[in-house]
Design a protein around this ligand. Structure first.
Ligand code: CA
Length: 237
């Protein structure tokens, strides 16, 4: 496999140079962008494996860049925030980002986190056969969804009947818990043969799915993130 490509989005040349150097040293290929517009152009053309994204940027800030990236890709993004940054903005970013670091950060730690994120992606998500989120278990081999109940030291499983589309949505979101997916991404991946489907079709599938989960006391697992889409997570995490 080719060395992973990292897109470093940072407008302060001193910082981007240092980050660039550390990633290089650790065997990454790198591209650097000094503002949000260039970042998106590079992203679309180069399709990096991972993005290091500063929040405060000229032209488009980090949140806009992240939103645009999420419309077309699930590539991991690590946000770089500064202590003085607007908290609201930071928490919005955390929703779509895979990890974040606070400036001033140790570049070695940033590289270590990038490696960890990539490792997680490669090892687990796409090949994992059993996905477990809170009390929901998805068996991708057997094509089954189970509600788990832990009582008297025994875990029991109850099958939840879902349609093929609902199953696909669960697996797609469940492979990246907490991550927000746009309706378009969900449509594109989970209803590939339904070319005429509208984004609100996703809402209807998710709402049916929610009801099926709720019938098994599995509440609040599918969260609607306003203006973006959906994510799958467990309150216990
Ligand atoms: Ca900056």
């Amino acid at each position: 496999m080719q060395n992973p490509l990292v897109l470093i989005v940072e407008d302060e040349p001193q910082i981007s140079e240092i980050i660039n150097e550390y990633f290089h040293r650790e065997g990454f290929r790198t591209i650097v962008a000094a503002d949000g517009d260039i970042a998106l152009t590079h992203f679309r053309m180069m399709r990096p494996d991972i993005v290091i994204l500063d929040i405060n940027l000229p032209k488009r800030d980090g949140s806009e860049v992240l939103n645009e990236i999420r419309k077309i890709s699930e590539a991991p993004v690590i946000m770089a925030t500064a202590l003085g940054d607007d908290l609201e903005k930071i928490s919005a970013l955390k929703i779509g980002a895979d990890d974040y670091v606070v400036k001033p950060f140790n570049p070695l730690e940033l590289v270590a986190r990038a490696k960890a994120v990539l490792r997680r992606l490669n090892n687990n998500s796409e090949t994992q056969k059993i996905i477990r989120i809170g009390d929901i278990e998805i068996d991708t081999d057997a094509h089954l969804v189970n509600a788990l109940k832990f009582e008297n030291n025994i875990t029991s499983k109850t099958r939840i009947d879902v349609t093929l589309t609902e199953f696909r949505i669960l697996v797609y979101l469940g492979r990246h818990p907490k991550k927000v997916f746009s309706r378009f991404q969900i449509l594109d991946t989970c209803l590939p043969s339904d070319g005429d489907a509208l984004e609100r079709t996703v809402d209807s599938h998710v709402s049916k799915l929610r009801k099926k989960l709720e019938a098994h006391d599995l509440n609040n697992y599918l969260e609607c993130v306003r203006g973006i889409g959906y994510r799958f997570f467990s309150n216990e995490d």
